[in-house]
Design a protein around this ligand. Structure first.
Ligand code: SF4
Length: 243
């Protein structure tokens, strides 16, 4: 082995030793903390992404409602791929009724639970036209009374369209906030209650997007990228989750 190869190997070993030392230090620091100091955490989220946005594509309130319903148990990316052209062409409640369940199914056939969602889309469009002149209502009860619209969908719509301080708990929010030590609940509803009791309203609804984006791109379900996470030095779970 040449001298330069030996020295490159030694520096790589040293680098890897110092990286794992740093990880252990961060992990040890994390273990000592019960949970992340919230103001510090949100200051970092804000610095990292001051204006977090919903990743679903939409051009009208109705399209957002439709896409949030369609995104259940599937990715925003696949919903966007299915609906963008139709949305750009102006898909509205009347258009959905014109397409019917069959036409909607053709449009969204690549996303999960497509047959059920296609029927729900038509039912939502019908109810909006019958009761609200085709507009999306701003009251939680009215939203949750729509077919296929539960608390999570209503929270997203209330936050995104009406700017209400809600926090929709999806799989990313549930996992990320648990790892951050903000709850140890078993259900999304209980998790939402715990989070709402702790988080200052001034951080809502941005906190919803921050948690989702962190979960989607960094704090992944399997092998979270703690070495790339801006919360690693304050997170109680940093470098402790392997799968
Ligand atoms: S990626 Fe790691 S450090 Fe960041 S929040 Fe998730 S578990 Fe904590």
């Amino acid at each position: 082995m040449s001298v330069s190869r030996v020295s490159a190997k030694s520096s790589a070993t040293l680098r890897s030793k110092s990286q794992s030392k740093a990880k252990s230090k961060v992990a040890a620091a994390g273990k000592k903390r019960a949970k992340v100091p919230l103001d510090e955490m949100f200051a970092r989220f804000a610095e990292h992404n001051p204006n977090p946005r919903c990743e679903l594509y939409y051009t009208t309130d109705f399209q957002l409602l439709l896409s949030v319903m369609l995104s259940a148990q599937t990715t925003d990316k696949s919903v966007n791929a299915a609906v963008t052209a139709a949305y750009d062409a102006g898909l509205d409640p009347k258009g959905v009724i014109k397409l019917g369940a069959e036409g909607m199914l053709k449009l969204i056939r690549r996303i999960g639970l497509a047959p059920t969602k296609a029927k729900r889309a038509v039912a939502i469009a019908q109810q909006l036209l019958e009761k609200y002149d085709g507009k999306v209502p701003s009251q939680r009860e009215a939203l949750e009374a729509l077919p296929g619209v539960g608390r999570k969908t209503a929270n997203v719509v209330l936050a995104e369209i009406f700017g209400e301080p809600t926090l929709a708990v999806d799989t990313h929010v549930f996992r990320v906030t648990q790892r951050l030590g903000l709850h140890n609940e078993k259900t999304p509803d209980a998790c939402e209650q715990r989070l709402m009791a702790q988080i200052d309203k001034k951080y809502l609804p941005r906190a919803h997007h921050w948690f989702i984006l962190l979960g989607r791109y960094t704090c992944k379900a399997i092998k979270p990228l703690c070495d790339q996470c801006f919360l690693a030095d304050v997170c109680p779970s940093a470098f402790t989750v392997s799968k």
